[in-house]
Design a protein around this ligand. Sequence first.
Ligand code: SAM
Length: 348
Amino acid sequence: MDTVYEIIDCIAENQAIDAEQLDILLKNNDREACEYLYEKARTAAGSVYKNKIYIRGLIEFTNYCKNECYYCGIRKSSPGIQRYRLSKDEILCCVEKGYMLGFRTFVLQGGEDVFYDDKKICDIVYSIKERHSDCAVTLSIGEKSYASYRMYFDAGADRYLLRHETADEKHYKKLHPDALSYSNRMRCLYDLKEIGYQTGCGFMVGSPYQTTDTLFKDISFICEFKPHMAGIGPFIPHKGTPFAKENAGTMDMTLKLVAVLRLLRPHMLIPATTALATVNPEGRKKGILAGANVVMPNLSPQGVRDKYTLYDNKAYEESEAAEHIAFLAEELKSIGYEIEISRGDYII
Ligand code: SAM
């Protein structure tokens, strides 16, 4: 049987993985072998992106949501959540602040909030692009019709993030109520790509009922769908959800999966997520050292940051905060990386 090192070499060389190889890698806890995996992943990222890290200004513009995803702290029935919505002017203010700080991509993320109809979303996107045609706008506002996605694209949206959550239909049903379906999630992702968005999918690591088998399906889906971006971060329980008592995903498991994805898809944009920084203060740095090449500091107004609570104890201080970009730059410099001030497009 191949050693873990041989398996890592084989994945890096062929940009392919089978279920048994994934199982062995995920079970491996030998430090040196993990370091070898991360080093190979860094080499793969460096071959495309050198030592540059892309930054995105994250604007969490609403925590209202009509959905009831079992894992999510802003689900409709989540108790004790102080709900908020940012006005168009407040969003534009965040963009101005971000622009001054050097951000050239803005990610507008929110729950599925019917208050923002297509007209409002298009107006916000159009207004950002009108002011800053050198910037990219990313939307992450959930499942919509083809026609809506088309409208946002025509208004100027460049990218769309919609995590697939799990590529196993049975697992999907265990994470969501009947009103949400795996087939519609997938339909959305294929629509987004067809329209021409730089499209991002992704999943939580350690979500309840996840197995190596479902993770292999996630990875196979990513290899087949070929998204431009993939966001993966640990699942972290939120006290107001049905999964309040479940275990959180771990940093180590997340890092291994980040590295595997990097070996399989060297060009893919992979963020070191806030969830990773939440489970471990070193999480973001370690994510980059495992092959991630994007960070998304928070540009939302200070007063709402602790209200966008997808999970408990969310990190939103220091390098998670956009205004502390110098701190982030220092942190990255300490591990040999530099922030790149640009739209941060996918490199073909
Ligand atoms: N409503 C949009 C959507 O459905 O794509 C975007 C917002 S949604 C809250 C963003 C992502 O947060 C989800 O795709 C999910 O993977 C992640 N998330 C939600 N709850 C989480 C939790 N408890 N732990 C970690 N990540 C979580």
